[in-house]
Design a protein around this ligand. Structure first.
Ligand SMILES: Nc1ncnc2c1ncn2[C@@H]1O[C@H](COP(=O)(O)OP(=O)(O)OP(=O)(O)O)[C@@H](O)[C@H]1O
Ligand SMILES: [Mg+2]
Length: 323
């Protein structure tokens, strides 16, 4: 499948580029906070910025999502880097690199934090840099402290932080507080990435399948099925859309056997009450099945779901065996 073009984020990218110019031209320290639900394109936006300002001094790292350890972000930054020339205690540095053989007792948490800041300062070396903290919500408390501390320094750097909402975080309260502190820095850039709009989803479909190919109805259906989430859209295109645009209309929506049965009865024009009687289940359960299958097929109404099933052929909607 053709690569999906980036849509809808030009204003955010422009704002980040302007922030970078201030760092680059005037040596201002600037913090930028990009938030959004999973898959809204935070990392994609960061990559786009890095590409736009390349070549650039870049320090970046992400957390190991499943078991964040102290100073995960810095350990990622330091991984594979020659640090022998840095003017910080080498044993502390080894600890910050998460070398398993180094005991930490020699340094207090405060001392480690100061050493961590000094390490980043030396890596930046007084020249304009981009510090990328992707997925702040997945970081350990020590890293969160470090990031907040870095935001308060005078480093000539764009500190570019992305995060899912704090509720999803490893340490929700600390993450919320850190995000507040970061966003409250003077001159900070704040961007919340929401869902793509239908027109933007349409733009992607046109790019992938050719201009004029996507009808408004198909765009609306794809938008509903993905909630305009770029990740879900990309997945949908890769999995179901590989066979062409028409395949998107009739993707196997992963209906359960029961949902197929309900769909079959809808296609016969039955109201929920009658479907409940035929299947021997409660009306409430029928409404749950109906709402699930509307969501899965991307249909806005029962009629649309039936049309979807007709388009799909007999496999989509199961007929209940007589009896
Ligand atoms: N604006 C966009 N236009 C088109 N595709 C996009 C856009 N933003 C993101 N994508 C695509 O959607 C997918 C998810 O994006 P990305 O990984 O950047 O999301 P994220 O917000 O970083 O998610 P997470 O919170 O899980 O890290 C990627 O394949 C990316 O290329
Ligand atoms: Mg990401």
């Amino acid at each position: 499948m053709m690569a999906v073009p980036m849509v809808g984020r030009a204003p955010a990218l422009d704002e980040l580029r302007r922030a970078w110019s201030r760092v680059h031209d005037r040596g201002e320290p600037i913090t930028a906070v990009v938030t959004g639900a999973p898959g809204t394109g935070k990392s994609a936006l960061v990559s786009a910025l890095v590409r736009a300002v390349a070549p650039v001094r870049l320090l970046g790292g992400t957390a190991r999502v499943h078991s964040p350890a102290p100073y995960d972000w810095l350990a990622a930054v330091l991984a594979g880097r020659d640090t022998s020339g840095l003017d910080v205690p080498q044993d502390a540095l080894s600890w910050l690199k998460q070398d398993p053989d180094v005991p930490r007792e020699r340094y207090t948490p405060d001392a480690l934090l100061r050493i961590a800041v000094a390490t980043v300062r030396q890596l930046v070396g007084g020249r304009p840099a981009v510090l990328v903290v992707d997925d702040l919500h997945a970081l350990d408390p020590a890293s969160l402290n470090l990031v907040a501390e870095l935001a308060a320094t005078d480093l000539p750097a764009l500190l570019l932080v992305t995060s899912q909402p704090p509720e999803a975080a490893v340490s929700p309260q600390l993450t919320a507080r850190t995000l507040q502190r970061l966003a409250g820095r003077p001159g900070a850039v704040r961007r919340h990435l929401g869902a793509l709009r239908p027109a933007e989803v349409g733009e992607i479909l046109e790019h992938v399948y050719g201009s004029g190919s996507a009808t408004a109805e198909l765009v609306a259906s794809v938008w509903r099925r993905t909630d305009g989430n770029p990740y879900r859209l990309t997945e949908l295109l890769a999995v179901e859309g590989a066979g062409g645009l028409e395949a998107l209309r009739g993707g196997d929506a992963d209906l359960t056997a029961r949902e197929r049965e309900v769909l079959g009865l809808l296609a016969e024009g039955m109201p929920n009450k009658q479907i409940a009687r035929v299947l021997g289940i409660s009306v409430r359960t029928v409404t749950v099945h109906v709402s699930n299958l509307l969501r899965k097929t991307g249909a806005a109404s029962r009629t649309e779901a039936v049309l979807w099933a007709l388009h799909r052929g007999p496999a989509a909607a199961a007929r209940t065996p007589p009896g």
